[in-house]
Design a protein around this ligand. Sequence first.
Ligand SMILES: [Ca+2]
Length: 347
Amino acid sequence: MVLDRILLFSTRAAPLPAIPPPGIVMQSIRCPGTMPPVTGPWSGPAIFFRHIARYHLTFQIASYGKFLHLPVARACCTTAGMFTVLQRFAWPLFFCLLCWATPGLASGGGYRPPQDTPLLGIRILHALPHDPLAFTQGLCMHDGKIYESTGRYGESELRVLDAASGKLLRRRALPNDLFGEGLTLVGQRLLQLTWRSGRVLFWQAPSLERIGEARLPGDSWGLAAGPDLLYRSDGSATLQRLRPHDLQPAGSLTVHDQGHEVRQLNELEWVNGRLVANIWFEDVLAVIDPVTGQVQAWVDLSPLRPLLWPDAGVANGTAWDGRNLYVTGKNWNKLFVLRIPNAPWDP
Ligand SMILES: [Ca+2]
């Protein structure tokens, strides 16, 4: 999450392609041999380098394309201007050089779905507007409303949106020392995690009246409510089960796919007896068996990326209304309503 803050440079919005008509299933093609799962001691650096490379090469450098002409040339004519330009481009240039110097890491890093696990396409029903300033950390739905938790110190909020229009209905600011994270509903009570403060905030839905809080030690990323238990992610491959009435631990669930642990589990959603998880920095959703931890399928969100503005961050935010999947991300300008053909949660 800290990395996101470093990476979110201000860039200019570019024209976006139109949303395709609802009937079209969008699915990328697997490239055999190019998607190995990364394990072992190099997996951490590999993931890190690839994420950096993806951000800067795909978005930042592309976004700066127009900027690289006259303004830069003029700025480079003075020492102060040169310093400003170098300062602005230092991180992209540094990481580009690093990735070019270590092609194995840059191209082979990160988790890739094994070939035997289904990779599902998406059908976009429609797209709602979404506040591009919302650093989305949690999303859930109830009774025609979308509840959203946003992060960052000094900017974290709890929001309620109209599910039909995406319009912001109400918002509550968190104290400046709290970083909003995962969000779920238990009855009419909203539970909002905070990142490293060990505090869970309770709110009444839909009024967003603050009704209390509880302690919950450790890193908190995502939160979902199953019929009997809550599931909390902390960025590892292991989800913690919690009792919903007192948030006491009730075991854990390690998520794996074809023998490989699936790390960076982030925002969560309970969908018809399955857990659906965002993976930090990946445009996929993992569909997880909540008993065994096995990934039953992956949902490919990469077709959404070209429909977003250039500053859109990672996919993070999944909610289920009983029929459709609502998907957004950090600083996304859209909230998509999706159907997933052949999903494991279908009857
Ligand atoms: Ca969710």
